[in-house]
Design a protein around this ligand. Structure first.
Ligand SMILES: Nc1nc2c(ncn2[C@@H]2O[C@H](COP(=O)(O)OP(=O)(O)OP(=O)(O)O)[C@@H](O)[C@H]2O)c(=O)[nH]1
Ligand SMILES: [Mg+2]
Length: 354
């Protein structure tokens, strides 16, 4: 069965005119692809409205419109606001139910920030599951970062406490905390997270706190439910959506953002240490709708903006990292984040082969 990305992008070549059939097929594709009922209804209504307003008649004409509507249903992530933890001393709590990919994501993020020049530390606060500490230790080795751990069966709060003291002493930039996905029961799990939360508040009030709930894309609407439950007990600030590489759906991004108002910040694209990308709404919408021309424009604009920002910074002699460029010793240097947009686009486009 073809996946959401291939079905949706093919929808436009399969139809020449915008007919009721076209809308029905679009609706079915979105629902089947995990977009969720609420967002689907909204998207279709806005598309119909736009088609009327712009007096569009052929299906290919509304490809761009659909792409813009999808973007408008997603958070407009900014580096300053949504990735503030990258620039200051921070503590990133990784939460989620068992098996979704928390430990893997913690390891990948450790590598991600380490390779961008950050001083990173991992904390093994899943003391419940046998072998969890060992598993995180392997990731710490892979990423070549420090790890703070306790004993199996020990108090996770104590591990977080120790990790905070170590992070302060060693000048760590990003402290990533892996937590348990399962305890004796759900109530215990949620209580433990609350306890960890209050330890952080007490011991490390100066740090930027980020709580990422990890959900598995393959679990569809359950992923949304899980994110909702965690949101109710902790101040979740973002989602890491894992295993999107193996899912033929992926519309869950829209359902989560629309219904829970939490941004998807990272996407797991495989099992390797480098298989994580920052979520990019435009790259996602372009990949989904097949309106590839839009990406050229997005990349060109990102490039211009970043260069302008970097040049302005150069003039004012402030060392800044901007999207795509940074200023270093009086020179404007191209950095990885521009390529990250391209990588995101390439990944979402590759989902059309599922
Ligand atoms: N294909 C794919 N596999 C992933 C991704 N992220 C994690 N996995 C796999 O998912 C499985 C579970 O990952 P873990 O990181 O152990 O999950 P966890 O949430 O820490 O699990 P518990 O600690 O038992 O709650 C492993 O086999 C990972 O390789 C991803 O983005 N893509
Ligand atoms: Mg784990």
């Amino acid at each position: 069965m073809a996946g959401l990305f291939s079905k949706l992008s093919n929808l436009f070549s399969g139809h020449t005119e915008i007919t009721e059939d076209f809308y029905e097929e679009l609706e079915e594709t979105l629902i089947m692809g995990d977009v969720g009922f609420i967002a689907t209804e909204g998207i279709i209504a806005e598309l119909k409205e736009g088609v009327r307003r712009e007096k569009l008649t052929d299906a290919s004409g509304c490809q761009k419109l659909l792409q813009e509507i999808i973007v408008s249903h997603l958070h407009d992530l900014t580096e300053e606001k949504d990735y503030a933890f990258e620039r200051e001393k921070s503590i990133v709590l990784i939460v989620g139910v068992n098996g979704v990919g928390k430990t893997t994501s913690a390891g990948k993020l450790a590598y991600y920030y380490k390779s961008r020049g950050k001083k990173v530390m991992l904390a093994a606060a899943d003391t419940f599951r046998a072998a969890a500490i060992e598993q995180l230790t392997e990731w710490a080795n892979r990423a070549d970062v420090d790890i703070i751990k306790g004993n199996e069966g020990g108090d996770p709060g104590a591990v977080v406490f120790d990790a905070i003291q170590a992070a302060k002493a060693r000048g760590t930039d990003v402290l990533l905390v892996d937590t348990a996905g399962r305890l004796h029961n759900k109530k215990n799990l949620m209580n433990e997270l609350k306890k960890i939360g209050s330890i952080i508040q007490k011991e490390y009030p100066g740090a930027v706190k980020e709580t990422l709930v990890v959900v598995d894309a393959a679990t569809g609407q359950n992923a949304r439910e899980q994110a909702k439950e965690f949101k109710e007990v902790t101040d979740v600030s973002g989602v890491v959506l894992t295993k999107l590489d193996g899912s033929a759906k992926g519309g869950i991004v829209i359902a989560i953002e629309e219904e829970l108002d939490i941004p998807v910040k990272f996407v797991g694209t495989g099992e390797k240490v480098t298989d994580i990308i920052k979520f990019d709404a435009k790259a996602y919408a372009v990949g989904l709708t097949g309106y590839d021309e839009a990406m050229e424009e997005v990349l060109r604009r990102a490039d211009e903006e970043a260069r302008a920002k970097a040049e302005a910074a150069l003039k004012d002699q402030v060392p800044v990292v901007t999207q795509g460029y940074r200023v270093d010793e009086g020179e404007v240097i191209k950095v990885a984040s521009k390529e990250e947009k391209e990588d995101a686009f390439a990944f979402f486009r590759s989902l059309r082969n599922d």
